[in-house]
Design a protein around this ligand. Structure first.
Ligand code: ZN
Length: 145
């Protein structure tokens, strides 16, 4: 049988079970202190927990953070409707999708849009650096009084 071996159903089930990870139920967990694995010291941890309690947990603004950098900022060009999440990572015109009042059926990948925005910002900063660098070199050319 060219490298294959026959196994019965019991052996097959044992192999299947071996591959599956079955975590123990929480009541069977053994919890031990592991101070060597701490990434912050206990005093800081306690201070943060105290402050979190005092302010009632996570700030509302932080709890309702938009999912994407561009959430709520992208508008459709034709009828001024918002570009909203159409699928997991695509934005499309809300008027086209929800009302059918817009014929713009184009979509844009969120990652592509974010990349383009970041590249645009980088270009703006490079322009600003070039301008301020020019001013500096103009000043340095002037002879000191
Ligand atoms: Zn539209």
């Amino acid at each position: 049988m060219r490298g294959l071996r026959e196994i019965d159903e019991e052996q097959a089930e044992a192999l299947r079970r071996k591959r599956l990870s079955r975590p123990n139920p929480p009541e069977e967990w053994q919890i031990v202190e592991a101070p060597n694995l701490r990434i912050i010291d206990n005093d800081l941890w306690d201070a943060v927990q105290t402050r979190k309690k005092a302010y009632g947990g996570v700030h509302k603004r932080m709890a309702r953070r938009p999912e994407h950098m561009v959430s709520g900022l992208v508008r459709c060009g034709c009828y001024d409707a918002s570009f909203t999440v159409k699928s997991k990572d695509q934005l499309g015109c809300a008027a086209h999708r929800d009302k059918g009042t817009c014929n713009n059926n184009r979509t844009v990948r969120v990652a592509d849009l974010e990349h383009r925005i970041i590249e645009g910002i980088k270009r703006q900063f490079q322009c600003t650096e070039a301008i301020t660098g020019g001013e500096r070199s103009d000043r340095s050319r002037q002879s000191p009084a």
